[in-house]
Design a binder for this molecule. Sequence first.
Ligand code: TXA
Ligand code: MG
Length: 314
Amino acid sequence: MSVSKPTHLAIRRAAAALLHDRLVAFPTETVYGLGARARSSRAVLRLYAAKGRPRFNPLIAHVADLAHARRLVRFDERAERLAHRFWPGPLTLVLPRLAGAAVSRLAGAGLSTLGVRIPDHPVALALLRRIGEPVVAPSANPSGRLSPTRAGDVARTLGGRVAWILDGGACRVGLESTIVDLSGPRARLLRPGGIAREAIEALIGPLAGAGNEIRAPGMLESHYAPRARLRLDAASAAAGEAYLGYGPLPALPDDVPALTLSAARDPQEAARNLFAFLQTLDRPHIRTIAVAPVPPDGIGLAIRDRLARAAAPR
Ligand code: TXA
Ligand code: MG
C-alpha cells in the first residue's frame, strides 16, 4: 500500500491499479471512498471482502459527468432537476438501471436499480476522468465502523487491503451523500446526508421516508460505530465517559476528555468534525461517549442519523 499526495503521477498510477482490478482509496467531498472498477466482478468481490461488507448491500457508482451517468441509469424529470442543481455534489440518485450499464451485477446486489453520483472533489474527478468508466466506491472503512474523513483513517483500518491511498486532506462535508430513490412514483429519502432534505424537496416536492424509518438495503440499524458506547442528547458527562459537545462545552469533571463539534453551533462545521472527533474520543479507557443534542435542521438530520446508528445496539 502506498499513501500519496494526489500528484498527476500518483493519480495515473492509481488509475492503472484500478484498471488492474485493485482497490484505491480516494478523497471525495463527503468521505474517503474505497474504489473498485465497477464493471469488473473480480474487483467488486475484492471490495466486498476488504470491507467485510455483506453482498446484499449495493454500491454507489461514481462517474465524472452527466453524460456518463446517462449511460448507467434512466433519468426522469425529477432526476434531471436534481442532477443539474446538485451535481457534482453530495447527492446519490437511485434510478432504474440500463441494460448496457458498465457495472457488475454484483455491485448492484442484483437490484434493477443503481445508485449514481458525481463527487465534487478535484482528485476524485481527475481519477474518474482518467479511467473513463464508473468506479464503485463505498466509504473506505471496515463495514459497520466510523467513516473515514482523512487518509490516515483509511491507512489505519484498511491499509493492508488497498493498492493506493490518495491523500487529499480532510473531507469538506464530512459525512456521506444524501440518497434519494427515484425508481418509483414517490421519491424517497433513503439516507440523509450532505444535501439537506429541505433543499431537495424545494425542487421536487415532498420526499417519503423520514430520518429514522428509512432503509437503504443493507443500511443496518447499527453502523458508524466507535468501540465505545454512545449516550445521546447528553447535557454533561461523568467520570469514565468522554463528552462530544455542540456549542460551548459545559463544565465537566477534570478527567473527562471533551471536544465540541462546533463552538458556534454551525451544523456544517459539526458534520465536518463528527467522524474524526468520535475517532479521537474513542480511547481504550473510555466506556461511553456522551453526545450533546444536535438539532435536526439541514445537515443536522444527517448528523443525528449517524449518531443514532452509532448508538444502536450491536
Ligand atoms: O458520500 C458517499 O455516498 C460515499 C462516498 C465515498 O461517495 N459513499 C458511500 O457509500 O457512502 P456506502 O457504500 O458506504 O453507502 C452507500 C449506501 C448503502 O447504504 C447502500 O445500501 C445504498 O447506498 N445504495 C446503493 N445502491 C443502492 C440502490 N440501488 N438502492 C438503494 N440503496 C442503494
Ligand atoms: Mg459506508
